[in-house]
Write a protein that binds this ligand. Structure first.
Ligand code: CP3
Length: 357
């Protein structure tokens, strides 16, 4: 484990003793922050912001300067990988990401390249280097990627607002082609994440947002199998320090034990599961991240505090918990509530780490 002034995120990921439960938040740099809106305005739009080394570095650092978060996360998007593979990506306001040339055939898949990060995504590596220099061992920086399945969902559907009928049709009609694409994505993600590690990230998260739309058998074959392959091929030891890997599959609470077999160190939970039940199932093998419903941040402070304590108490007097929301923070969240949540987690969690065992 790498040494940071604040190393409670990394310690918790390896289920080691901490004094307080760490917290970071998915989309911690995002639209709920007026300062983020200003940075985005300077870049022009969201994609231009991801491509702008200086502004994306500022966006990464923004939330850790505003709140006592225990990890920074690279400011980018999972769809930067398909973009670098040759797909035409846009982000429409209030609609989210959209591929103007979704994949329809094997020919479309064959046209895509396996990007070389140093050549095709060098801007991401530069952002990581700048941010690592700026945070200079204060807290760890998390790097990330989408899972091949989740990336393929966007690439085949064009967006993820519909019912996933196109990718599911391909899965049953033409599984060989889908596997061809998933394999190409797997190769791309392995290169990309290893390059992020080389550039300086201290932890990895794999977002499998749409794994849960599959049934268990298909999940194992079309999503988990590739996540497993990726984790196996990551260079997770850096200068003798180990880099933890988190897997987040939304709506996969029935398959937590399967996810353990990916080789991850942490399973990120959405908010639909009781963390104590998840702990009973997989707590022997992995740390857990989560799992407050992001909507709770609409509530008054009193309620937020109660919900925070409830999650902490359900996890109980043991190590291996990273506090987080069960999904991304909502754009109309009051930043004051974020500060309140972060401080509450730190205060309320201390009692759970005092026991000697
Ligand atoms: O968490 C962070 O602060 C790091 C940056 C980050 C973003 N996206 C920035 C972003 C990360 C880790 C992601 C991951 C991501 N992107 C996922 C996996 C996690 C999840 O949300 O399930 C997915 C599926 C995407 C694809 C994507 N990008 C979607 C579906 C959207 C629209 C979401 C929405 O809330 O409207 C985006 C846009 C996006 N990615 C924004 C940000 C800050 C908002 C864009 C804006 O400012 O206009």
């Amino acid at each position: 484990m790498q040494i940071f002034k604040n190393d409670c995120y990394l310690k918790a990921a390896f289920r080691k003793k901490v004094n307080k439960t760490p917290i970071w938040i998915m989309r911690q740099s995002g639209r709920y922050l007026p300062e983020y809106q200003n940075i985005k305005k300077k870049a022009g739009d969201f994609l231009s912001l991801c491509l702008n080394v200086e502004l994306a570095s500022q966006a990464t650092l923004l939330p850790i300067n505003l709140f006592s978060l225990d990890a920074a996360i690279l400011f980018s998007d999972i769809l930067i990988v398909p973009y670098a593979m040759g797909m035409n990506l846009t982000f429409l306001n209030d609609f989210g990401p959209c591929f103007l040339n979704p994949i329809k055939s094997r020919f479309d898949m064959e046209k895509l390249i396996v990007p070389h990060p140093e050549e095709h995504m060098n801007y991401v590596l530069k952002i990581i280097k700048i941010v690592c220099h700026e945070i200079s061992y204060k807290i760890p920086l998390i790097g990330f990627s989408g899972s091949p399945w989740t990336l393929a969902c966007y690439m085949i559907e064009g967006n993820a607002k519909k019912n996933f009928s196109k990718i599911k049709k391909m899965l049953y009609e033409n599984p060989k082609d889908l596997h061809f694409l998933l394999k190409k994505l797997t190769d791309s993600v392995i290169l990309y994440l290893n390059a992020q590690i080389n550039a300086g990230v201290s932890a990895i998260v794999i977002f499998d947002t749409w794994g849960g739309i599959l049934n268990r058998k298909k999940y194992k074959k079309f999503s988990l199998f590739y996540i497993q392959k990726i984790i196996k091929q990551l260079s997770l030891i850096k200068n003798e320090y180990k880099i933890p890997v988190t897997v987040f599959t939304k709506n996969a609470n029935a398959w937590l034990k399967d996810i353990v077999s990916s080789g991850c160190d942490v399973i990120a939970l959405d908010w639909s599961v009781d963390i104590q039940k998840a702990l009973k199932k997989v707590g022997k093998y992995v740390a857990l991240q989560g799992n407050m419903d992001p909507h709770v941040l609409y509530a008054e402070e009193n309620y937020i505090q109660k919900e925070t304590d409830l999650i902490l108490s359900r996890f109980g007097f043991r190590e291996g918990h990273i506090f987080s929301l069960g999904h991304g923070i909502l754009p109309d969240t009051d930043p004051k509530k974020v500060k309140f949540l972060v401080d509450s987690v730190h205060q309320l969690s201390q009692k759970y780490h005092q026991k000697i065992y």
